[in-house]
Ligand binder design. Structure first.
Ligand code: ZN
Length: 218
């Protein structure tokens, strides 16, 4: 069982499922040769893949192309299904920062074959997550910048307002497909600049006002 820490709160929240949105920034969809979608692309990551800031991303032996994807995370605070805008907004308890580590070679192979890309997204240590900040302690404006650097060199840097689907739209859409529950985490997609990392690389991610995150690939 994995939990997340909340800024200014003692109790930790048990993580449920993690739902990820793909291709949510136009420039990133283009860099991977994908169409810009007219509805969010969604997939799941298991909570067993979680590690925290200061942790180590273990490079799987069965891949030669491990990529970083830095993303804004939403923490769900109540059970919703088929939510409207208002309920979707209310269901967002807080915000965090995460890395959706991805085995790009396995993902591309699966896409070519028409197979599920599960393993490329669900391997152990593939979800690096920060502490969260509650909505009552922080007001998201989407003018925040999200950045990721590898060994001190900036690879990803974008304003959150370039997301194609904004947090409320994402929650509303996912709740139209399946029930969201307290403790679920949503990965909202990554901006352009994804790229390969290898053992020894040190990653640093940040969203102004929300969180910072450090990890090392081993
Ligand atoms: Zn992602």
């Amino acid at each position: 069982m994995k939990t997340v820490k909340i800024r200014n709160r003692k109790e930790e929240i048990v993580v449920g499922k993690m739902i990820c949105v793909g291709r949510n920034y136009a420039d990133h969809a283009k860099e991977l040769g994908n169409e810009v979608p007219n509805k969010p692309v969604v997939f799941i990551k298991p909570s067993s893949s979680i590690i925290y800031t200061g942790g180590k991303v273990i490079h799987p032996k069965f891949s030669n192309n491990l990529h970083h994807e830095v993303e804004l995370l939403l923490l769900i605070g109540k059970t919703i299904k088929d939510a409207d805008d208002k309920l979707s907004e209310e269901a967002i308890a807080g915000y965090g920062l995460g890395l959706d580590m991805t085995l790009r070679d396995l993902q591309n192979e699966a896409r070519t074959k028409g197979d599920p890309w599960t393993i490329s997204k669900c391997f152990d240590t593939s979800a690096v997550i920060s502490d969260f900040v509650l909505k009552s302690d922080y007001r998201l404006t989407l003018n925040e910048e999200i950045t990721l650097s590898v060994n001190g060199n900036i690879r990803q840097k974008e304003k959150l307002n370039l997301m194609l689907f904004k947090p409320i739209q994402i929650v509303k859409y996912i709740s139209s497909l399946l029930t969201l529950e307290e403790g679920d985490i949503i990965f909202t997609g990554t901006p352009a600049g994804v790229g390969k990392v290898v053992p020894g690389d040190k990653l640093h991610a940040e969203i102004e006002g929300i969180a910072k995150l450090d990890c090392e690939v081993v």
